[in-house]
Design a protein around this ligand. Sequence first.
Ligand SMILES: [Zn+2]
Length: 345
Amino acid sequence: MLLDKIEELLKEVSALTAQNAGDVEQLRLKYLSKKGEINALMSEFRNVAADQKKAVGMKINELKQLAQNRINELKDQLETSEAQSDDIDLTRTAYPISLGTRHPLTLVKNEIIDIFARMGFTLYQGPEIDDDQHVFTMLNFAADHPARDMQDTFFIERSNTMDVTKNVLLRSHTSNDEAHYMSTHKPPIRVLCPGRVYRNEAISARAHCFFHQVEGLYVDRNVSFTDLKQVLLTFAREMFGAGTKIRLRPSYFPFTEPSAEMDISCNICGGEGCGFCKHTGWVEILGCGMVDPHDLEACGIDSSVYTGYAFGMGVERIANLKYRVSDLRLFSENDTRFLREFEGA
Ligand SMILES: [Zn+2]
């Protein structure tokens, strides 16, 4: 009698199924709990004849083992399939690393290069670590020029106090590219030199120890200040809009003569005057001038035949005007919240 009942339960247990965790718990209660089927068998076991106790006892153990295994099996199956279905998010990108964006300084630099490339300028990039000869001497800086001070320039090698041209430093402007290019190429030269430069400045919202410049150089027969002005006006209108005005103010740079600073009409107030342009209607964007004959001769170019112009601008400065970035430090902090702002630019 009891053996038949156990056989029946064995069949029942081996065919158990469950749809969810609740079903599994119901099965556990039905078979394995104190008031379950298997415990009920144990109470009947007392009435089994002594000679059958061994056989019946083994069968009950077999049933208990089977029920435990089967219920654990069902539980595992459910957990695995639930875990799998939770993990599948069909909206997720196939790539685990999200794509980055172009850095705002790269965007602005590329735009500057684009505009000048349309006017026939080619690219040249020189060394960031250079000798004094190319950074200062060939560009007409006097031996005692303040730019050569430790307070302004990072020196790597400065042991030659008698001959400053031997010293090695991090370039403080991209004009060294012009010295390299002019001493290795014959005119006509029309080249654009973008790059990183270094100055010994305390880091603040308005200054950094490194920043980016783009310089341009044009050397040929009969190059005049008029050519320079027209090229810069075209650049300003392409970069800041067709209505942009420019003005040139006399200035001084060791490597150009005459020299000028160029302002554009404030692109925020349209020249009316606002806080950004300090109520003048103008903002300064670059320095320029005619290449000093001394530089041409130092690079082996006959200054009685050739003339040229040069200009240089800070990429951060242009980026600030375009995107109103109030703190220069944001450009080098790698904060993706800031960089993502330029995703659509
Ligand atoms: Zn303004």
